[in-house]
Design a protein around this ligand. Sequence first.
Ligand code: ZN
Length: 216
Amino acid sequence: MEADDLDFDIDAAPDHDEGARSAPHLHVVPDTEIDLVKAERAVADLLDALGVDRTADGLASTPRRVARAYAELLTPRPFRATTFDNDEGYDELVVARAIPFTSLCEHHLLPFTGVAHVGYLPDARLLGLSKLARVVDHFSRRLQVQERLTAQVANFIATTLQPKGVGVVLEAEHLCMSLRGVRSSGTRTVTSALKGLVRDDPRTRAEFLSLAGAQP
Ligand code: ZN
């Protein structure tokens, strides 16, 4: 899943945002088919391999539940990245703080959860406010590592909106870290991707990082 552009099916989309004064939009479709029956069988096999007695009370529906839970975590929700003319020439940062997200670590198939702080410095276009959260949600719903998720969110906004700068900070707790080996419960991993003036202009960079609640 290297080429992110492949995920975006431009102009092939049903309308999800009727009424929005939309301009160029990208609509995103899932690029994988999930075989729930096969997944359910595989979970049953896994439980058998782990020595779990699947006839025990409460376990009858576990393979089905697990298959569905993973399917949900791996199915991106389609959305339309609606943009608007920046009529008034708004030229300060737009920042959405503490967007909650859950993703799935590609090394252990365990969730990592946390918050994303996403901002941009507008140029000619503005992005619908709710879309910042939708972008995070979209890229979270696949097998991930936190660094790549951070970069994908930043790259998507940079490409779609062509703003003067983009900043993304993710803070997350990884269950694979909390539960195994180093039992570092509560440890949060912080990653960031800064682009354009958010990276290069010291004042904008400091302002973004301060709004994001991260250290400059
Ligand atoms: Zn992991």
